[in-house]
Design a protein around this ligand. Structure first.
Ligand code: AMP
Ligand code: ZN
Length: 473
């Protein structure tokens, strides 16, 4: 089946038709590394990874680029506020470079935990500053004007500015702050001058004075440098549909002297929200993947939670929901473990039809919730050759990235940080309990089980795993 993807530009499904036959070139806006990523941010990368996996499953030779924004992103997406990196440096007393290195490493560890495939290349914004200056020079005369604060892009010089955003959301509108002297409210800085008398940690010489590139410029330059223009798919969170991506499009059009937006398809994942609304870092306290792990939830349970929702739907985070995803993952892993034991059996049939359904669902704008339902069916199928089932599970899992063929249930048993008892201590109590039961001393056996329960350990009689951590918030 032909792969269809939802294009935010047209707000409709579109058949994927690559610029170069057999290839798929994808650019994903990466994190600004001034802080940890919250699990909402990580949803954006699980989505981009799922897209990449689907493109590979469809046989395309994928080049996926993710950038690291280590300069230029202001505390407002429009042109006001401080540079997030400089601000974090001032608050922590560390250099902006150290901060970038630290949070980049933390981000990559989270990606690894979520089984997100390494991109073909990480593009780090500060490595591309000379290219950004050249790019800005090439569009400055026709499309930009200079103010005391920097070089500004005049959005009236390109066709259809803001087509991607359509009706701006409240949030998009609210974030357009005024900079005095701008010709239009939506004009944006592509180069920000260091204010007279100040020195920034990250600044470069340019024809417009010492300063730093604008965040929107960075992504246009890095995507063009690595993928060429036009390329196939540009991804990001839905907030980017309002300002960041329309601004990238304006620059791409100016630079290429074309009405083409630079990417054939613009795709946006919806937000992870919690009861208080959209998860964001400005709220101070926020949920990190580390916290989920500290509480005993395997990170792939969070990946599964993301896949249970369509990427274009909002997803509400709750601990109960995460717990339910973990239980589902355990069931899947148990099913696959049982299948491994049974391998080499009988008749055949069904899987072929289910594989076609799988292809249809995933080709329909990455319908992962329906693929998961099919996967549940394949795992529990009777009267079908086990080898075929295993192959079908393997194919689905390569797209879902849940590591079902290699994970064991024991791997999913993550020690919560709050635990006061160690695994060897648990095993010792269980051995004593086994002896008590052999001697028919059920009072002792019950007491030992209750003691473990009081320490957050659930004894599971008749289950080969024997015990598990009890998880809560
Ligand atoms: P940032 O580091 O702020 O540039 O964000 C990194 C990525 O996370 C971007 O693609 C954002 O659009 C995306 N993002 C931010 N908040 C959320 C959220 N609550 N849910 C899903 N994606 C988000
Ligand atoms: Zn970007």
């Amino acid at each position: 089946m032909t792969l269809h993807l939802y294009n935010s530009l047209t707000r409709s499904l579109q058949a994927f038709d690559p610029v170069e036959e057999g290839k798929a070139k994808v650019y994903t806006c990466g994190p600004t590394v001034y802080n940890f990523q919250h699990i909402g941010n990580m949803r954006a990368y699980v989505f981009a990874d799922t897209l990449g996996r689907v493109l590979r499953y469809k046989g395309y030779d994928l080049t996926h680029i993710i950038n690291i924004t280590d300069v230029g992103h202001l505390t407002s997406d429009a042109d006001a506020g401080d540079d997030k990196m400089e601000k974090a440096a001032a608050l922590s007393g560390k250099t902006a470079w150290d901060i970038a290195a630290f949070y980049t490493a933390e981000f990559k560890r989270d990606l690894n935990w979520l089984n997100v495939t390494e991109p073909a290349k990480w593009t780090v914004a500060t490595d591309y500053v000379p290219a950004m200056i050249d790019y800005a020079k090439s569009i400055a005369d026709k499309h930009c004007y200079e103010l005391d604060s920097g070089l500004y892009f005049d959005v009236s010089t390109v066709p259809d500015y803001g087509r991607l955003a359509r009706a701006a959301t409240d949030e998009g509108e609210g974030r357009i702050d005024e900079v005095s002297g701008k010709h239009h409210q939506a004009d944006f800085a592509i180069w920000r001058k260091t204010p007279a008398g100040e020195t920034r940690q990250m600044e470069w010489d340019s024809p417009w004075g010492k300063g730093a590139p604008g965040w929107h410029l960075e992504c246009s330059v890095m995507s063009a440098a690595e993928l060429g223009m036009p390329f196939d798919i540009h991804t990001g969170g839905i907030d980017h549909r309002e300002i960041h991506h329309p601004n990238e499009i304006a620059q791409n059009q100016a630079h290429e002297c074309s009405a083409h937006t630079g990417a054939s398809i613009w795709m946006h994942n919806n937000f992870l929200i919690d009861r208080g609304g959209k998860m964001s870092k400005s709220a101070g306290e926020f949920l990190r993947l580390q916290l989920l792990v500290d509480r005993g939830y395997h990170p792939l349970a969070y990946r599964l939670m993301c896949l249970q929702a369509h990427y274009r739907s909002e997803l509400e985070f709750s601990w109960e929901g995460l717990g339910a995803a973990l239980v589902r993952l355990k069931r899947m892993v148990m099913g696959v473990e049982a299948l491994k034991v049974q391998l080499a059996e009988n008749n055949g049939g069904m899987v072929g039809a289910l594989s076609a359904d799988f292809d249809a669902e995933i080709s329909n704008d990455l319908n992962t919730p329906n693929v998961l339902s099919l996967l549940d069916i394949v795992i529990s199928l009777k009267n079908t050759a086990d080898k075929e089932r295993m192959e079908a599970i393997g194919a689905m899992d390569r797209v879902l990235g849940l590591n079902l063929l290699t994970l064991s249930r024991a791997d999913l048993r993550i020690r919560p940080k709050s635990a006061t008892i160690t695994e060897p201590e648990i095993e010792a109590v269980l051995a004593a309990r086994k002896e008590a039961r052999a001697a028919k001393d059920f009072a002792t056996s019950d007491r030992l089980r209750d003691e473990l329960a009081a320490q957050g350990v659930e004894v599971m009689d008749g289950d080969p795993l024997g015990w598990d951590w009890k998880l809560g918030e």
